[in-house]
Design a protein around this ligand. Structure first.
Ligand code: SF4
Length: 131
């Protein structure tokens, strides 16, 4: 049996509490608060306390889906991203906007604003924490 606590950042909001994922034989089995972190100081809200549950939840989406005749069908990443690119290509910069998420990491949010400004050629990018 191999057990370790892996330090990471809670994914649920922009507060950025730190927590330990309890890993048993390469499977995440629980969450512990991190006493040393200056924000969370050994505490987690209810979302942080259950931050591991979505990882193995039965309803978690792991593959892309495309709606065909009103029904979702499993698709390849190439097909799903190709459809997104095709749909985005139908609109100009003044018709497009992007909304990012506090549940994503800083790096993901940086990429979203970069994609929006460089590829979609619009500054209409925002973040759910401001809504
Ligand atoms: S533990 Fe709660 S307050 Fe802290 S980052 Fe997670 S969701 Fe936000």
């Amino acid at each position: 049996m191999n057990y370790e606590n892996v330090l990471t950042t809670c994914p649920y909001c922009g507060t950025g509490c730190n927590l330990y994922l309890q890993v048993l034989d390469k499977e995440i089995v629980g969450v512990l608060p991190c006493k040393e972190h200056p924000v969370s100081q050994g505490k987690l809200c209810i979302k942080g306390q259950s931050a591991n549950e979505f990882i193995t939840h039965k309803d978690r989406l792991k593959k892309p889906y495309i709606r065909v005749n009103g029904r979702l069908k499993e698709a390849s990443w190439d097909d799903a991203l190709g459809l997104v690119a095709k749909q985005l290509g139908k609109y100009g910069p003044s018709e497009l906007a992007a909304l990012s998420s506090a549940k994503s990491g800083n790096e993901d949010n940086y990429l979203m604003q970069k994609f929006t400004r460089v590829m979609l050629k619009t500054n209409s990018v925002d973040h759910c924490a401001r809504l």
